[in-house]
Ligand binder design. Structure first.
Ligand SMILES: Cc1cc2nc3c(=O)[nH]c(=O)nc-3n(C[C@H](O)[C@H](O)[C@H](O)COP(=O)(O)OP(=O)(O)OC[C@H]3O[C@@H](n4cnc5c(N)ncnc54)[C@H](O)[C@@H]3O)c2cc1C
Length: 385
């Protein structure tokens, strides 16, 4: 069974690793990505705040050496989900089973003024570039602002505001600075009232301005004013934005999307096309766009392929569960254990913030790099991973 996995992020790496672990040389997997390596989303914050270097958080795909898996660095140019065929700039690939794990593309240019008058911290280049910008920042009005929904890792803007508070405090700049957080959500973590209460308390204690149910629609680079969707205006000296998210163009052109994202069965991750699965940020499965969910969905798809390969009965379905680590600053990390089940309100159990969870979060990163890349990697002490 030829399995072609599109995208080597959280979802694609988990699918490929699990197939190799179970089937060894019996697996026939091609894993395609245009990038030359992987960076955890949360490592972007570590680099941006100067807690590590970009080289230390980059994991090259040349290190993904697994029985039954061939890694191809190529740009996917067309997907035919009916024929289960993909065209890339390194040739075409025919599959018996296709797994689409191409994530969400980021579009800073879609928000007027963001490229000219602000910064975004969601792309690798944007976050890494901010390291020097922050190092040179002399204090002032900082806005952490979301520009559209949906967006990856809903806790990340809150983490960024808390880490910005620490960053300014450590440099003696906090007294002459303001930190404001502009979010489309009514509370920071809607599935967990306890998490939201703890975060709102932390914002209040640190003097971080909380602006819920708002989106930043436009920046005026000349006057350095952010314009919100409801007409409100807020001046800034440093704008850190979460850019517009969309499926990659090749997915949009494949005919697989409905309302901008790939619909899937929330239990099996099957798309409308036979033997074509989709996992992670590229889907509208109903979980937040986060690595833990992409990984969990990838595991379910891999188990279904393994069961089919062995002629077993169906594998277990997706349970919608994920543990999100939340960087609280001040050397503390919290956890929220959330479950998103179709047709039911999401639930969340809040743990922390504590110093012990810093090690748990580091282990989260270490264990993934060990399984996916076959090498040791130690996260930055006291960091997000
Ligand atoms: C600042 C920040 C912090 C975050 N923190 C966390 C966190 O703490 N925990 C957590 O769980 N998640 C976190 N996330 C979210 C997490 O990074 C994503 O949700 C996750 O990476 C999604 O996995 P995925 O497999 O769906 O897609 P991705 O990991 O985005 O992988 C998609 C892959 O597809 C490739 N690709 C796209 N188009 C093409 C093409 N045409 N040809 C070839 N290859 C292509 C890309 O190069 C990419 O490697 C964070 C994100 C950010 C930005």
């Amino acid at each position: 069974m030829r399995v072609v996995v599109l995208g080597a992020g959280f979802g694609g790496l988990e699918v490929s690793t699990r197939l190799s672990e179970a089937l060894g040389d019996g697996a026939d997997v091609v894993l395609i990505d245009k990038a030359d390596g992987f960076v955890f989303g949360f490592s972007k914050l570590d680099v941006m705040f100067g807690r590590t270097t970009q080289d230390a958080v980059f994991h090259p795909y040349t290190q993904v050496v697994k029985p039954g898996v061939r890694v191809v660095q190529a740009t996917i140019e067309a997907i035919d989900p009916a024929a289960k065929r993909v065209d890339t700039d390194a040739g075409s690939f025919d599959a018996d089973v296709l797994v689409v794990a191409l994530g969400a593309d980021l579009h800073p240019e879609a928000t007027p003024g963001l490229v000219e008058g602000g910064h975004e911290f969601y792309t690798v280049a944007g976050a890494f570039g901010l390291r020097d910008v922050l190092a040179d920042f002399d204090g002032g009005r900082v806005i952490v602002g979301v520009t559209s929904t949906p967006f990856k890792c809903p806790p990340a803007p809150s983490e960024t505001a808390l880490l910005m508070h620490d960053f300014l405090t450590e440099r003696g700049l906090r007294d002459r600075s303001e930190v404001s957080l502009v979010m489309p959500l009514p509370v920071p973590i809607p599935p967990s009232p306890d998490a939201s209460t703890a975060l709102l308390q932390a914002f209040a204690e640190r003097g971080i301005g909380w602006f819920p149910e708002q989106l930043v629609r436009e920046l005026d680079p000349a006057t350095k004013v952010a314009h919100f969707a409801d007409g409100m205006e807020m001046p800034y000296d440093l704008f850190l934005g979460v850019p517009v998210h969309r499926v990659p163009p090749v997915v949009a052109e494949s005919g697989m999307c409905v309302d901008g994202w790939v619909p899937v069965d929330p239990i099996t991750l099957e798309t409308a096309f036979p033997d074509v699965y989709a996992v992670g940020d590229v889907t509208s499965v109903g979980t937040p766009k986060a690595g833990v969910f992409a990984e969990g969905q990838g595991a379910v798809v891999a188990d279904a392929i393994i069961a089919r390969h062995r002629g077993d009965d169906g594998a277990a379905g997706y349970d919608g569960r994920g543990i999100c680590y939340l960087e609280f600053g001040q050397q503390q990390v919290a956890k929220v254990d959330v479950v998103f089940r179709p047709g039911q309100p999401p639930t969340g159990i809040w743990m922390g913030p504590t110093g012990e969870s810093v090690a748990d979060k580091a282990e989260f990163g270490t264990s993934r790099i060990s399984r996916w890349f076959g090498r040791e990697w130690t996260a930055v002490p006291g960091s997000t991973g």
